[in-house]
Design a protein around this ligand. Structure first.
Ligand SMILES: *Cc1c(COP(=O)(O)O)cnc(C)c1O
Length: 398
């Protein structure tokens, strides 16, 4: 046996042989650096939600295969959440599907909806599983690059329009956007919706950071725009909203025919998952608004702490309007290669970050950008900020 998986990996997946997250997390473990690379919280979510999972497990709820679409309690809670926060009405029996995290929702949606040769237009930089799932579906990804403009990464609507061809099947959207922290505006979403209707496209929209929006930015579900309810698959996840990323409970909401299609793929991926956790997430979704706003306010304070520290250390900072990531520009520090910078950062400053280039097809577009996660305890962020100031050019040092 060879020690490398690569000789066996098929052509569709050959380019996805290794992930930067594994390399960087290993680097963090080896060097004892603070890991602000991978985006998972270092504190568990609400105690009562954890206890709800324990109760379900003890009471024998969900310990055997739950129903294919998800347990009724969770499907009802998902539809109640969409109604309460966005005024969107979904039928819990025909318009909801519970998945093994948003990751499976993305995979099942693309495997179900994309024919080999179909084009999938996605916003670049993009979450790493998008490209692999488009490839597994036999589709062709067509990236539309978000470009820095006045302190944020913005969508060029003309570029998006130009990217759509007669072979485009799906627009794959993500807002709030990982890794840039951009929250698409009402105007941008309206234009995306108009384009989808005009060109008769399906839309898959990854809204896992729906509750993490700051400074008066507003999360608007794409499904709420005119003409979108029938053509949009909306993806949500308990992992990010409730800080239980290990539970892998996600979902889609969509029109019945779309849910049926996605379920056809999903049933042969995992069939079902996370039985007892589904009951706990049903309770979590019904938490009072104060949980959601409190969680957001906590992360906003952490964003402010890390963003200020990075700016003090000399980074260019794109202050995120959403998510728990901040993208920085390393050029003010005298560097332009994020890969080399991130590989050296543990030794230079004792911190691990992710080079944004891994989220691009046009790697050169992402070269000078580096992503830091701020979903960590305040003391950890303060420690990281202290270490990073070691990078700051000292006055008089030339
Ligand atoms: C974390 C993340 C996911 C994956 O969510 P899971 O529920 O953990 O599978 C999907 N999309 C984006 C943009 C993410 O950041």
């Amino acid at each position: 046996m060879t020690s490398s998986a690569r000789p066996f990996l098929n052509r569709r997946l050959a380019e996805f042989g290794t992930t930067i997250f594994a390399e960087m997390s290993a680097l963090a473990a080896r060097t004892g650096a603070i890991n602000l690379g991978q985006g998972f919280p270092d504190t568990d979510g609400p105690e009562e939600v954890r206890e709800a999972a324990v109760r379900a497990l003890r009471d024998g709820r969900g310990n055997q295969y739950p129903p294919g679409p998800g347990v009724p309690e969770l499907r009802a809670a998902i539809t109640a959440h969409q109604r309460h926060w966005y005024g969107l009405e979904y039928d819990p029996d025909t318009e909801v599907l519970v998945t093994a995290g948003a990751t499976e929702a993305i995979a099942a949606a693309l495997l179900a909806l994309v024919e080999p040769g179909d084009e999938v237009v996605a916003l670049e930089p993009y979450y790493d599983s998008y490209a692999a799932c488009v490839a597994m579906a036999g589709g062709t990804r067509v990236p539309v690059t978000l470009r820095p403009h006045e302190g944020a990464f913005r969508l060029d609507l003309d570029e998006l329009r130009d990217a759509v061809t007669d072979r485009t099947r799906v627009l794959l959207i993500n807002t709030p956007h990982n890794p840039t922290g951009t929250v698409l505006t009402r105007e941008e979403l309206g234009a995306i919706a108009g384009l989808a209707v005009e060109r008769d496209l399906l839309v898959v929209t990854d809204e896992v950071y729906e509750h993490l929006v700051y400074d008066g930015a507003e999360h608007l579900p794409l499904a709420s725009f005119p003409g979108m309810r029938e053509r949009t698959v909306t993806i949500g996840s308990a992992g990010k909203t409730f800080s239980f990323t290990g539970w892998k409970v996600g979902w889609i909401t969509a029109a019945p025919a779309l849910v049926t299609a996605v379920r056809s793929a999903k049933q042969y991926l995992t069939y079902v998952s996370a039985g007892p956790f589904q009951y706990a997430v049903a309770e979590a979704l019904a938490l009072p608004d104060s949980y959601f706003t409190g969680f957001r306010d906590d992360l906003r304070a952490k964003r402010d702490l890390l963003a200020a520290g990075l700016a003090d250390a000399g980074f260019g900072v794109f202050r995120p309007a959403g998510t728990y990531f901040v993208t920085t520009d390393i050029r003010p520090l005298g560097f332009d290669d994020g890969f080399a910078f991130c590989r050296a950062l543990p030794a230079r400053a004792g911190v691990v970050a992710i080079p944004n280039a891994v989220f691009y097809d046009h790697r050169e577009q992402g070269a000078p950008f580096v992503r830091f996660a701020f979903c960590k305890r305040t003391a950890v962020l303060e420690d990281a900020v202290g270490r990073l100031t070691a990078l700051a050019p000292r006055p008089g040092a030339g």
